[in-house]
Design a protein around this ligand. Structure first.
Ligand code: NAD
Length: 398
């Protein structure tokens, strides 16, 4: 646990107030961010460890809390929605209130399991009725990738905030339309980039931004898994838009962007297809390089055909951070030039994420890089990678 950036600054109203000197990305705009208030009677260091700096930097409990909550319905009650719903049981600022499903039996099951009012459940064809429900502030789209665009546009038209899973769309054009629709409707569009609220990732970003790593020289990211059922939507181009790259390779792209703090200007990519039957419609294993304006090259890879493949390694002139696991649900692990990293892994990523997003929307907390525009940047890289594969691995501008 790193305490080097903490300094006890003052005691206010019997409360010990800790500040940290930081310029940690746009999520923490002010240089001296209020971190932690603890009882003045307990002015001992162990109390600091009750809340790590990364926790304090992201924990919504540290902001002026909310007599209001962001009331959310999940659209598409599949496996990821179930994970989000479970995580949201521990949320304080976000609240799950209902769902949208085409399977009527799920209404009773979900309302019992998560304590939700059946009045807040809808069928896909009734989706527009959400507009007239004053107890719903936001929809969280957890449908197959190719459906994100349609449901974002429909939600924006109703004037509800949109949280949309990654990849935000299956094309750059769709992503641009989603951003425009939410802007026009004056609603937020966030992409489910949960890691931007997760302590290990936040610490990596903080170290890079503070200059602790020095000039970034190289990034290496990979992420993948062996996909199971050959009939699942993830292997169908019409629903998934693409294969491993769209699904988990996007973490490598996003990761290389937050590890460098730069936007790639070119890519070159190749696909290895060892099972052309199963991966007839979508990519199986993709390896690519991304070039950044500083001259740094990120070397990245993703797969749908083997396990134990997950790492983010960023090397600077003065230090390094290596996370592995780096992108999945964890528990995250990592080391830096200073030693092993040790941050809170007890909370589900989606609990951090949903309270964090609600805090941004309701309390104006500065947003980490979770906007539709951030999703669009990843989509542009994905399209360039597919272009490069089609062109036999040629360098393609982003
Ligand atoms: P899933 O198959 O478990 O769930 C999809 C849901 O959509 C199901 O409830 C299904 O009934 C419904 N659906 C509606 N119309 C459908 C159609 N025409 N075909 C298939 N399903 C249809 O998938 P999932 O794993 O929950 O993934 C959903 C989304 O969440 C994807 O965009 C995926 O990329 C994203 N996801 C994100 C993370 C993350 O960590 N951020 C993790 C897993 C999945």
């Amino acid at each position: 646990m790193y305490l080097t950036n903490l300094a006890v600054v003052t005691i206010e109203n019997d409360v010990l107030v800790l500040f940290r000197e930081t310029n940690c990305n746009n999520f923490m705009k002010s240089r001296r961010d209020f971190l932690l208030k603890i009882g003045g009677s307990a002015l001992t260091l162990p109390l600091v460890s009750a809340l790590t700096p990364a926790e304090a930097a992201v924990l919504p409990e540290t902001s002026p809390v909310a007599d209001k909550q962001l009331r959310v319905v999940l659209v598409g009650l599949g496996s990821y929605a179930e994970r989000v719903a479970t995580a949201m049981k521990d949320c304080k600022i976000a609240k799950l209130v209902g769902g949208v499903t085409g399977t009527p039996e799920k209404v009773g099951k979900w309302s019992d399991k998560f304590g939700l009012d059946k009045a807040n459940f809808y069928d896909y064809k009734d989706f527009e009725k959400i507009k007239d429900n004053p107890n719903i502030d936001a929809v969280y789209i957890t449908l197959p990738n190719s459906m994100h665009h349609e449901y974002t546009l429909r939600a924006a038209k109703m004037g509800k905030h949109v949280i949309c899973e990654k990849p935000m769309s299956v094309s750059v054009k769709q992503a641009q339309e989603m951003i425009a629709a939410c802007k026009k409707a004056n609603v937020k569009l966030y992409i489910g980039y949960r890691l931007h609220f997760e302590p290990y990732t936040r610490e990596l970003i903080r170290m890079r931004e503070s200059g602790e790593l020095g000039k970034i020289m190289h990034v290496n990211t990979y992420d993948g898994f062996k996909s199971g059922n050959p009939n699942q939507w993830r292997l169908k181009k019409a629903l998934a838009g693409g294969g491993a790259l769209m699904d988990v390779g996007i973490y490598c792209i996003n990761g290389a962007r937050y590890a460098t703090g730069e936007e790639p200007i070119w890519v070159s990519a190749e696909e290895a297809k060892t099972d052309p039957v199963k991966f007839k419609e979508v990519d199986e294993t993709v390896t690519w390089q991304m070039g950044f304006p500083s001259g740094v090259i990120a070397s990245c890879s993703t797969t749908y055909n083997f396990n134990n493949f997950e790492r983010l390694y960023v090397i600077g002139e003065k230090g390094f951070v290596e996370l592995g696991p780096a992108f999945g649900y964890g528990p995250m692990k990592g080391r830096t030039h200073k030693g092993e990293m040790s941050w809170d892994t007890t909370k589900m990523h989606q609990t951090w994420q949903m309270d964090g997003m609600a805090d941004c929307i309701l309390n104006g907390k500065p947003e980490p890089n979770i906007s539709g525009e951030e999703g669009l940047k990843d989509m542009k890289v994905i399209e360039a990678i597919y272009k490069s594969i089609a062109a036999g691995g040629k360098k393609v501008p982003v």
